[in-house]
Design a binder for this molecule. Structure first.
Ligand SMILES: Cc1ncc(COP(=O)(O)O)c(C=O)c1O
Length: 381
């Protein structure tokens, strides 16, 4: 798949953020473990103190910018200790008491906590579901529109371009949580957003072994305030995590190709057997038309409903290639009964399934067998 910037996504991913080659030096320099850097005399140069900057972050930040906005030199990425650190950095650096913000009512389950905190700081929070364009009615006087598309866990999709144009016409900034799609699936800045924010904990890094977040900013001024926020709060990634993330980016396209194909295959077979199957790549999914316009890949998550909590628990227990675990996007498939956390408005039997990089036929066979074995009245094996 060739995109802006002239090369394919796989090529871009393997080279993203690499420094100019230096004879006898590694291609991707190792993690720089430093709380402080030599700084004789005047304060100058890029690296002074480890909460402000680190060369390992710099390489990763350049890499993420190259994926989020290929061919653009004017964007700036900042990495954070987690996705929530990145989400909070945008919201709390851009909003002041008296401002209004539009948030999704069906987004990631920590957003209600953020909402409480914003409200406590005197910020008016308006909410709308991801699908259906109800955000348009809430934009008058808003300072920031926050979108999460596809939404987690419901997998609804909204039209970023349309909503960003409407928000900008009313003077509001636009942030998109790009976690589920990854920059290989969707580039919010090209669709008009001012910020692309993500949990890199998920498919971007893809091994379920680190927490990380980032914000890619389309303009210098908001980037400066997000940077200032990072310095104040200090939610910075460790050099090891940043380096592991950069190393993992090289396989992002390979992982996404396999995982997303697996998700579509699982969604297709599930649709014949169970209710409420959602995946933006299914041609008859309610999200598909908008998703197909703005997404280049549809992600590795599928959601569906089993008839009861007990059935869902039995099904999860019967899977052998799929870990019962939260999070998503890793090379090992995971699934969970989302209602167990209590934070999402989902039925008791609702399952969020994250397809890994197993062979498709093995994963599909495991899902079908677990469904059959746990059907009401199924004979025990
Ligand atoms: C859509 C979305 N945004 C943000 C986050 C928060 O990311 P992290 O867990 O890395 O803080 C998550 C985590 O699941 C998420 O799914």
């Amino acid at each position: 798949m060739t995109g802006a910037g002239g090369v394919g996504d796989g090529t871009r991913a393997v080279r993203a953020g690499l420094p100019e080659p230096v004879k006898n030096e590694p291609t991707l320099p190792g993690p720089v473990f430093a709380a402080h850097f030599h700084l004789p005399g005047e304060v100058s140069g890029p690296y002074r103190y480890g909460r402000d900057e680190n060369p390992t972050w710099t390489h990763l930040e350049r890499a993420v910018s190259a994926l989020e906005a290929p061919g653009r030199e004017d964007v700036e990425t900042l990495v954070f200790a987690s996705g929530m650190a990145a989400v909070s950095a945008v919201l709390f650096s851009q909003l002041r008491a008296g401002d209004a913000v539009v948030l999704p009512s069906d987004g990631y389950q920590a957003l209600p906590l953020v909402r409480e905190q914003l409200t406590a700081y005197g910020i008016e929070v308006r909410t709308a579901p991801t699908g259906g364009d109800a955000q348009l009615e809430l934009l008058d006087g808003a300072r920031l529109l926050w979108l999460e598309t596809p939404s987690n866990p419901g997998l609804d999709v909204c039209d970023i371009r349309r909503l960003a144009d409407a928000a900008h016409a009313r003077g509001a900034l636009v942030a998109v949580d790009n976690t589920l799609a990854t920059p290989l699936g969707q580039r919010p800045l090209e669709l008009g957003a001012d910020f692309s924010v993500a949990s890199a904990t998920k498919q971007l890094t893809g091994h379920g072994d680190l927490l990380l977040g980032y914000v890619t900013c389309a303009a210098a001024e908001p980037a400066a305030s997000v940077r200032r926020w990072r310095k104040i709060v200090g939610a910075v990634p460790g050099p090891m995590e940043a380096w592991l993330a950069h190393r993992s980016l090289a396989t992002l396209e390979l992982r996404a190709e396999r995982q997303n194909a697996n998700a579509l295959a699982v969604a297709q077979v599930l649709r014949e057997r169970v209710g409420g199957v959602r995946h933006p790549g299914l041609p008859d999914d309610p999200s598909h038309a908008v998703a197909a316009r703005q997404m280049r890949r549809f992600g590795c998550v599928v959601s569906f409903e089993l008839p009861s909590r007990e059935r869902a628990e039995r099904f999860l227990d019967a899977l052998t290639l799929v870990d019962d675990a939260t999070s998503f996007g890793g090379v090992r498939s995971t699934a969970e009964r989302r209602g167990r956390w209590g934070g999402d408005a989902v039925p008791d039997g609702f399952i969020r399934f994250s397809a890994g990089a197993e062979n498709t036929e093995d994963l599909v066979a495991d899902v079908l067998r677990a469904l059959d074995d746990t059907a009401d009245g199924a004979a025990p094996r």
